[in-house]
Design a binder for this molecule. Structure first.
Ligand code: ACO
Length: 385
């Protein structure tokens, strides 16, 4: 029987701190009008000093797991898409696994720029379809505010921080990823690059002085590339799913630039009401943008269980990816009280030890009780005298 990976829970984390275009006007040679007209962005959320990628991911994952009614210990695998992990090593996926208290399950980080989340979903789908796994957590998280040059008006105005997560579970009901397209063209890598910090240019005083530890982008080239590939990737994925554009209930694109989104939707003749856009609030949150948009689409009632959705993304690499996803109904397990969840787990892990411990504990109680009785008797006897 064919196995599908249905999306049964979703969650997001948006840091509370907001930077508006008006705030940027104070430090940069830019205007709110220019940013809105060229990108559609009005504000973005940025992490506080204490926050990092793993914490944002854990918060979004908890939301998704709660919604799915899945305990972290019941996960089989965690896949995290990000280009801005807490450290180069250890992988942020392991920090997330530990932070969630997931049972030492496999966890890995996947890097494909802003396209990472769709790559991660397609990967999760394969693990489920092959029968290897039942329940997988897929996270898209990004903290690019620490990797942009806040004096470069061409890049810093675009990006924001955040995390989104989904829980995928095996089912025989046709759902989850119905088709996907993954693409990459490394010849355009230089158009969106963080030049130093990797093996090619390890950190040094020279790389620091040259400002090579922040993102450099050729916006025009990335823009041309995106408008070229997105429409094609969308058409291909819809046809691979055996569907027509009219069958798509909602188009959830990577939120990089409102003009790029319009151009992609136009190329497959999707009407405006079928396109989800939230870039004005968050800017480009890279690998987190599609899962955050997915959550909001459900929260706002723009997407419903039973809908067929189309995702499309592009990003560093250069890479692109698209997917047609059907969200089938899922019965949330009856929620149990904490002790109903914890006790069976505890017994199943330590059962034999507990069983041996019961007679010992009983004996200890008996001994203590007889000691107490003896002492009481002694005291009473003293009073009697
Ligand atoms: N405010 C005012 N003027 C600006 C700003 C700014 N913030 N930034 C650039 N300009 C100027 C430029 O210097 C240029 O001036 P010039 O003509 O005198 O040289 C002029 O505005 C036009 O610049 P363009 O780069 O041609 O502007 P464009 O219309 O292409 O918009 C933008 C720039 C918004 C960056 C656009 O190119 C874009 O969105 N590109 C795609 C970027 C993207 O999506 N990157 C993320 C990829 S995903 C990932 O993996 C991280």
């Amino acid at each position: 029987m064919k196995r599908y990976g249905n999306i049964i829970g979703w969650g997001k984390y948006i840091p509370p701190k907001v930077i508006t275009n008006a705030d940027l006007e104070k430090t940069l040679d830019t205007t709110d009008e220019w940013i809105v007209a060229r990108s559609g962005i009005r504000e973005r959320h940025i992490v506080g000093e204490e926050e990092n990628t793993s914490q944002m991911s854990i918060a979004a994952s908890r939301d998704a797991l709660n919604m799915a009614g899945i305990h972290p210990k019941d996960l089989d695998l965690i896949i995290v898409a990000t280009s801005s992990p807490d450290y180069l090593t250890p992988p942020v996926s392991s920090q997330i696994q530990h932070g969630l208290g997931a049972n030492k399950v496999g966890a890995f980080t996947l890097v494909a720029g802003c396209t990472g989340f769709v790559y991660a979903l397609a990967t999760a789908q394969q693990f489920i379809a092959s029968g290897a796994n039942e329940t997988i957590l897929v996270v898209g998280a990004e903290l690019l505010s620490r990797f942009v040059d806040w004096n470069d008006r061409g890049t810093c105005i675009l990006f924001g921080d955040g995390a989104g997560a989904v829980v995928m579970q095996a089912t025989d009901v046709p759902s989850g990823i119905l088709s996907y397209v993954l693409g990459s063209d490394g010849s355009g890598g230089e158009h969106l690059i963080l030049p130093a910090g990797g093996a090619a240019n390890p950190p040094s005083q020279q790389t620091l002085d040259a400002g090579m530890h922040t993102l450099r982008m050729n916006g025009r080239e990335v823009f041309k590339f995106a408008t070229r590939v997105l429409g094609r990737a969308l058409r291909e994925v819809i046809s691979d799913a055996g569907l027509q554009t009219e069958d798509i209930d909602l188009f959830i694109p990577h939120q990089a630039n409102a003009r790029i989104i319009e151009s992609a939707a136009r190329s497959v003749k999707l009407p405006e009401e079928k396109v989800f856009v939230n870039i004005h609030k968050y800017g480009n949150t890279s690998a987190a943008s599609i899962p955050i948009a997915l959550c909001e689409a459900f929260e706002e009632g723009r997407a419903k269980v039973g809908d067929t959705l189309a995702f499309v993304a592009f990003g560093a690499g250069l890479t692109w990816a698209s997917a047609v996803v059907k969200v089938a109904p899922h019965e949330r397990p009856v929620s149990k009280r904490w002790w109903q969840q914890l006790l069976p787990r505890w017994f199943s892990r330590n059962g034999h030890r507990q069983v041996q411990a019961i007679p010992r504990a009983f004996l200890r109680c008996r001994l203590k009780w007889s000691n107490l009785e003896e002492r009481l008797n002694l005291t009473m006897r003293r009073f009697d005298r």
